[in-house]
Ligand binder design. Structure first.
Ligand code: UDX
Length: 474
């Protein structure tokens, strides 16, 4: 099939590269000519595992092209995917659809008869109907259809999530569109059993409801973690005890400093707005958002309390600035409000991120000093704070690190490090959600076989810790 993809962000690029990998002929369009010329030179502007190779393969087989003018791309396209940004509108929190409408207006006159226009961007319920009206007004005689096909890609895992999804959701109004999209996804290797065919509005809402629920799950475990600290319980075991109930599941029960990223906050806000607009208030979603925003700021108070009540004049090393590991995305990253709060409280901030130091400079307060290594950031530090769970932080030589610091304090906002190891190396270790060491040190260590865990494909594997269990389930 001939496919056009409008928008070369991580959704558009990953979708295009994977469709080309599946043998389709794909043309990507972006109005950002600099980005297109970069892509044409084989450079990939985003950090996404496996994407560079897929794009190189698509270009090598001449199945993947990049253009900055939409007309040529869509004039013989069987399917046109809209994968442009739908950021939160600053004025009122609604999803800003201006890029979607601009893209549709730019391609409508060039669409060929029988084309299916598909929204892959996250769009409020009813957007496909509006796009249909818009195209109908521009081309009254054209035979076409609009469908919804939201994506569920996680940054850092986008290629894997696209090629091996839990499910593909397709919202259509006719069997014709359904058949063509099923054929397309079958070419990607996704069998019909993992494809949910529904109407467009349900498809649009599934995306928001899924992200809203995942954000709610995280917000819930974060508040349970705070309670654990007050009642001297251990969040790792509480989360494990919850998650072994298959109705709950252990994924997205990892406590942290609050969720960020380009999707959860944006989609949760849009869901709240949809609820307001349609007199179906999403009160739980509102509360999750308020709780999450407050949590990000409260981490500064936690750090101050650990540093003797204040960070004034203290040097704090922030390890990890991106909103999560394995991405360079800083959108809604915890590090942004956290750095501001620590600076406001008089802290001296050193910061290190494996990939996003440059990107962070425009987002964090001016006085933050960026370092090129953990060691440099920890020099004379009163505390080191793990903000993002980059694997390299688990491999730090803490004994050596301790020599460089003014005081051996590690604050692990992701419960990511090996507490015993860090303590053996002479650190005071602080985590989220209560002590992580075994409450009863005398407890006979269970043999691995006594610590079974049902993974998502119902194999039984033994696992020692929640982190290992989550990794097993990933
Ligand atoms: C999310 C959805 O998972 C994905 O399906 C959707 O398409 C886009 O939004 P993404 O934002 O890339 O993906 O990252 P994700 O891994 O889901 O994490 C989102 C945020 O939640 C991050 O800040 C992460 O640190 C946090 N998180 C995630 C937790 O705090 N605890 C968890 O257990 C999982």
């Amino acid at each position: 099939m001939r496919i056009a993809v409008l928008g070369t962000g991580y959704v558009g690029l990953v979708s295009a590269a994977c469709f080309a990998h599946a043998g389709q002929h794909v043309t990507c369009v972006d109005i950002d000519e600099a980005k297109i010329s970069l892509l044409r030179r084989g450079k990939v502007p985003i950090y996404e595992q496996g994407l560079q190779d897929l794009i190189a393969e698509g270009r090598r087989h001449r199945r993947l092209h990049f253009v900055s003018h939409a007309a040529a791309a869509v004039s013989n396209a069987d399917i046109v995917f809209i994968a442009v940004g739908t950021p939160t509108r600053a004025s009122d929190g609604h999803a800003d659809l201006s890029q979607v409408y601009t893209a549709v207006e730019s391609v409508a006159p060039s669409l060929k008869a029988g084309t299916i226009v598909v929204t892959k961007s996250t769009v409020p319920v009813g957007t496909a109907d509006l796009i249909e009206h818009l195209i109908r007004n521009i081309c009254p005689e054209l035979e076409f259809e609009v469908a919804s096909n939201p994506e569920f890609l996680r940054a850092g895992r986008a290629v894997d999530d696209f090629l091996r999804p839990d499910r593909v959701v397709i919202g259509v109004e006719s069997g014709f569109a359904a058949a063509r999209l099923l054929t397309l996804y079958r070419s990607v290797g996704i069998e019909n059993e993992r494809i949910l065919l529904t109407d467009r509005r349900s498809s649009e809402l599934i995306k928001y409801a899924a992200n809203g629920f995942l954000a709610t799950k995280i917000g819930f475990i974060n508040e349970v973690a705070d309670l654990c600290e007050k009642v001297d319980a251990r969040i790792g075991d509480v989360a494990r005890g919850m998650g072994l109930d298959q109705r709950i599941g252990i994924r997205y029960l990892q406590p942290g400093p609050g969720f960020g990223g380009s999707c959860f906050p944006k989609d949760a806000r849009a869901l709240v707005k949809m609820g307001e607009d349609h007199e179906a208030p999403m009160r739980i979603m509102e509360t999750v958002l308020a709780s999450n925003d407050a949590r990000k700021r409260s981490m500064a108070r936690k750090i101050a309390a650990i540093c003797g009540g204040t960070v004034r004049g203290k040097t704090i090393a922030l390890l990890g600035l991106t909103f999560k590991a394995d991405t360079d995305d800083m959108r809604e990253a915890v590090s942004i409000p956290l750095a501001q709060a620590l600076i406001d409280a008089g802290g001296i901030l050193m910061a290190y991120d494996p990939v996003a130091n440059g990107r962070a400079k425009a987002l964090l307060p001016q006085c933050v000093r960026y370092c090129n290594s953990v060691a440099e950031a920890a020099e004379d530090a009163d505390a080191v704070v793990v903000v993002t769970e980059w694997q390299q932080f688990a491999e730090i030589d803490f004994r050596t690190l301790r020599q460089r610091m003014r005081s051996p304090v590690i604050i692990d906002l992701r419960n990511f490090l090996n507490e015993k190891q860090v303590q053996r190396d002479g650190f005071k270790y602080f985590s989220i959600g209560g002590p992580r060491r075994q409450a009863f040190e005398t407890m006979q260590p269970q043999t691995k076989s006594e610590k079974p865990l049902r993974t998502h494909d119902s194999k039984w594997v033994a696992a020692d810790s929640l982190e290992e269990q989550i990794a097993a389930a990933e």
